[in-house]
Write a protein that binds this ligand. Sequence first.
Ligand code: HAM
Length: 421
Amino acid sequence: MISKPKGTYDLYGQKAKQRQYLDDVLASICEKYNYEYIKTPVFEASEVFHRSVGIDSDIVSKETYDFKDRGNRNLTLRPEGTAAIVRSYIENKMFGDPKQPKKLFYNANMYRYERPQAGRLREFSQFGVELLGSDDVFADAEVISLAYNIFKILGLKNIKINLNTLGDEESRKNYREALIKHFKPHINTMCEDCQKRLLTNPLRILDCKVDNNHEAMQTVPNILDYLNDESKNRFLKLQEYLDLLEVEYEVNPGIVRGLDYYNHTVFELELVNENFGRSNILCAGGRYNNLVEKLDGPQTPAVGFAAGLERVLLALEEEKVNIPINDSIDIYLGYVNEEEKETALYLTQELRLNGFICETEYLGRSLKSQFKSADRLNAKYIIILNSDDLKDYQVKVKDNKTKEEQKVAINDLVDYFDMHM
Ligand code: HAM
């Protein structure tokens, strides 16, 4: 037997129905917020991610699925959505669209070569939004509140927003210097990656998975002490807007995010539940004002987030939130002989096209077995086809709850079910 690759999963049955419910809720919320659906390829030129997420990030240095195609091109299965969306935004000149800002959403598979565990997979799905073309913290507030409201609408109560700012370039430069000064005396006792990062990208030391308990990590300088006035005021204004929207958050200067493209606002939504381990970050995002330019587009400020849908579904299960999924059909059509079978074939099509969920028999089983099938499918009504009734253009309809039976003219069936369901 051939097994699925490590860190992937098959989705079917009840779990597939739960996922469909989640996808529908997300798309419907995006419609209200006026975000448009976007789909980009599963693989991109490797450069798209190297130049955006960052060569020193764990994602690019350890987790991407890179390959060469038969034309010797360097390609990468997308590890995240943002860089790919920005590539598409530039290539399709969306910056020239009269409708601005550009508000996009996606729901797609991503690929990271991680050590698989609950909520951490190699193929996983992200739902995300990207708002491109506004530098106003008003946009940050909308994006954060959208993430917050999604979890509220889904019924998840124990969600905590961790909010931080990385400030503008000047603030980050000051902070970078402070980090170098702080880590330098300890660096020989830290991992090889951190030693490299001290010179190339000291901010990345803060999300090192190896050294996260190192004593030097306990006393790192606080980014908020290195913000210039403009960055500080921006951050205060964002908090004012979030207060106005009644979004609850906590300022957490430890949030730096594992991708290089952020500046100013960064945030994570965490499920507060002890059983959830390290996969409790359901959603994360922030502002990335320089990414479009970095990928050769015009200077375009932007902000967005992505949520891991497998984690969201695990959270709904762990928190015992009821997911409304339809587990019944409207009508089951039972028959025995060939004439009845042809009528069943025709009537199931007719009823399905009129909006009813219908099922019938495919295996030539006895009527008794067909009734059992109808029960297993939780059929609300059963149509029992019978040659004698068909001569009068009639069928027998049984209410599967009350067990009452009634003859109904074939031509009146749609009206009958419209009235009764
Ligand atoms: P990220 O923090 O790398 O950000 O991923 C966002 C979310 O995807 C995580 O919080 C988590 O829920 C989920 N996730 C990440 N890796 C895995 C995995 N291996 N298995 C299961 N779920 C996972 C980004 O990807 C950014 N593009 C977010 C963003 C959008 N920033 C601005 N716009």
